[in-house]
Design a protein around this ligand. Structure first.
Ligand code: SF4
Length: 343
């Protein structure tokens, strides 16, 4: 007889890995799905992706990684169920992911979904009422199995139909991760690099930048979102902002994201940050952008500092910025002058 199949939402963290193992132990065939958003803190170094792939490989299950952006950004911008502490719309986010997972479940001929969610572990999406809302709004009532907390929740269809033995599921709740760690020992799992998961939407600084871009832009690209992850951000007007690198690594990151039409600012005679201006800057804003760049350079105590300014076209190499004909001579802004502009 063909094994019954389920789709697991696998992050590569400990909880989802354990959930898969528990269900696998009951003879269910598993496939995994992972949603990659630009807000995953691990995305830049691919560590989450690596963890997720490693977990799938170790457990010998196929993994489908689904990149989400535009549709997901709309959810973040207009969450029906509101935000958590920062810009994290956890309930809507879970509903979105479960809906997509449901499509994949149907595509793969699977019978139910498995997640590592633990009752009460996360303040917004893992409360009992939130789980009920998620089950109802996704149309997946009874088809989401949460093996780590199942005994504290109403029986699901896989349990009722005898595909899964409820007695062999668990009753973990709350924020302590000790029960999961004990279970990991039992399963011989000792490598779980991203146990808490990482989401920039829960970060206060990132949330301020995201709120700012939502207020000032309607058409937001993936590049715009990636630019929010580096540097110091300053709003110069409703139409323009700048991003100033804090170190060499950030200068490189910012520079790699500079797009056609952006302005680049760079000190001419000494070391300093790379600044990218995005949007529309009038002449006064351009001078302020140069003065902020000067403030973070080696010559910040000088009366006048020379800053090169280049509008990015096809060529973005640093040499062309240095050689740029447009040179601005500015006085570095003071911290008091800069502060009101900081996002
Ligand atoms: S923390 Fe981020 S990824 Fe996790 S549910 Fe909330 S919004 Fe979604």
């Amino acid at each position: 007889m063909r094994k019954r199949k389920a789709i697991a939402l696998l992050s590569g963290g400990l909880d989802s890995t354990l959930a898969v193992r528990i269900v696998q132990d009951q003879g269910i065939e598993l496939e995994a799905v992972n949603f990659l958003t630009p807000f995953c803190t691990c995305t830049s170094r691919n560590s989450c992706q690596l963890a997720c792939r490693q977990a799938a490989e170790t457990m010998n299950i196929p993994l489908k990684v689904i990149n989400v952006f535009s549709e997901y950004l709309d959810i973040v911008r207009h969450p029906e169920h509101g935000y958590g502490k920062n810009m994290n719309p956890c309930i809507d986010c879970r509903i979105f992911m479960f809906r997509r997972a449901k499509d994949y479940m149907e595509e793969r001929g699977a019978s139910f979904l498995v997640t590592g969610e633990v009752l009460g572990e996360r303040p917004m999406s893992q409360r009992r009422e939130s789980m009920e809302t998620i089950d109802r709004d996704t149309g997946l009532g009874g088809l989401i199995l949460r093996p780590l907390s199942a005994q504290l929740l109403p029986p699901t269809i896989p349990e009722k139909n005898g595909w899964i033995e409820r007695d062999r599921l668990l009753s973990i709740s709350g924020r302590s991760r000790k029960p999961q760690m004990k279970l990991a020992e039992k399963f011989g799992i000792n490598d779980y690099p991203c146990p808490a998961g990482g989401c920039l939407l829960t970060d206060g600084n990132f949330a301020s930048r995201l709120r700012d871009i939502f207020r000032h832009s309607t058409d937001i690209s993936l590049n715009d979102i990636n630019l929010l992850k580096s540097g110091r951000h300053f709003r110069l007007s409703n139409r323009g902002k700048i991003v100033v690198g804090r170190n060499e690594e950030e200068n490189e990151q910012i520079f790699s994201l500079a797009s056609e039409g952006d302005l680049c600012f760079k000190m001419i005679d000494s070391l300093g940050p790379l600044t990218i201006a995005r949007g529309v800057l009038d002449d006064a804003d351009t001078l302020i952008a140069a003065s902020i760049t000067a403030r973070y350079g080696k010559e910040k105590e000088k009366e006048r500092v020379k800053i090169a300014c280049l509008r990015v076209k096809e060529s973005r190499d640093r040499e062309s910025i240095i050689k740029s004909q447009k040179v601005l001579s500015v006085t570095p802004l003071t911290d008091e002058e800069i502060e009101p502009l900081r996002i």
